[in-house]
Design a protein around this ligand. Structure first.
Ligand code: NAI
Length: 270
């Protein structure tokens, strides 16, 4: 343990339970000396798990539906009041597809549900940054990260409309990264994480088989959530001040592979 985030203040979205990637990020940020605020959708509060993390991290929990501007304003105001100033970093770790949840096939999607999916999984990121912008809520040289998945670039059929959500999310990071970089030297990046056993991950059909496939395809194996947290800490720290508008793969090498012999199950002699 070092002190990479000493004196920094951040907001972490999306810690639902101990499996959540955001949960690990919150723990690591605090270990590195940061002060944090935790937030999640009001419905997610009902599980009550987040309160355990809050206690452990000595952090307040301010509920906010990330699709509601009013909730986001409230969250940011309360966070700045709590910190006595602006925030230095933010993690957007939010994803949900209505069509996937309701097992709709990609060739029979419900468009109202699709709008909801885009709103929760991608537009919420723009809403968050725009609200921060208007409230002047982030310090100069601050750092914003959203978590994404390689289905934005390649086809993973069971990921359905989440693929387009992630493409939109990554594009918002680039476009807002321009404005925030120019105005305040704030960096905006997306981290494209390996398949990870979480509530959102396991919601995708065939996830367990796919998890094994990605693990074998990647020379380093799937990147664990704890290591994703380490990567996020590095990106929140002052060691990465000129990294912005990037989609950064944290995937054990998966994104560069074409074929891995480890996946060929050819018996000897065949
Ligand atoms: P998770 O299920 O633990 O986290 C998703 C979070 O989104 C939950 O905390 C949920 O309450 C929150 N959320 C949903 N609707 C919301 C709303 N309206 N307002 C505020 N929060 C809302 O799962 P996980 O895997 O930790 O997901 C975090 C991020 O990582 C997501 O963006 C996901 O797409 C991404 N990711 C996950 C991978 C995986 O295999 N698990 C792989 C690559 C990226």
């Amino acid at each position: 343990m070092s002190n990479l985030l000493a004196g920094k203040k951040g907001i972490i979205f999306g810690a639902l339970d101990q499996q959540s990637i955001a949960w690990k990020v919150a723990e690591r940020c605090v270990q590195e000396g940061a002060q944090i605020v935790l937030t999640n959708a009001p419905v997610a509060m009902r599980m009550g798990e987040i309160n355990k993390l809050a206690e452990q991290c000595n952090a307040p929990v301010f509920p906010a539906d990330a699709t509601s501007i009013e909730d986001l304003e409230n969250l940011l105001r309360k966070s700045m009041e709590h910190f006595g100033g602006k925030v230095d970093f933010v993690l957007h770790s939010i994803g949900m597809s209505v069509n996937v949840r309701k097992s709709k096939s990609y060739t029979d999607l419900n468009y109202e549900w699709m709008q909801k999916t885009f709103d929760v999984s991608a537009i919420s990121f723009h809403k968050l940054m725009q609200t921060m912008w208007k409230l002047d809520a982030i310090t100069d040289w601050g750092s914003i990260i959203a978590l994404t998945y390689i289905a934005a670039q390649r086809v993973f059929p069971d990921y359905s409309e989440m693929a387009e959500s992630k493409a939109l999310l990554e594009s918002f990071a680039r476009s807002f990264g321009y404005h925030y970089g120019t105005a305040k030297n704030v960096r905006v990046n997306t981290v494209s994480q390996s398949p990870t056993m979480t509530t959102a991950g396991k919601g995708v059909k065939g996830f367990t088989d796919f998890y094994g496939y990605a693990d074998k395809m990647s020379p380093l194996g799937n990147a664990p959530a704890e290591d994703c947290a380490n990567y996020c800490v590095a990106l929140f720290s002052d060691l990465t001040r000129y990294v912005t508008m990037q989609n950064l793969y944290h995937d054990g090498g998966f994104s560069t592979m074409g074929m891995n012999p480890a996946l060929l199950q050819v018996e000897e002699g065949e």
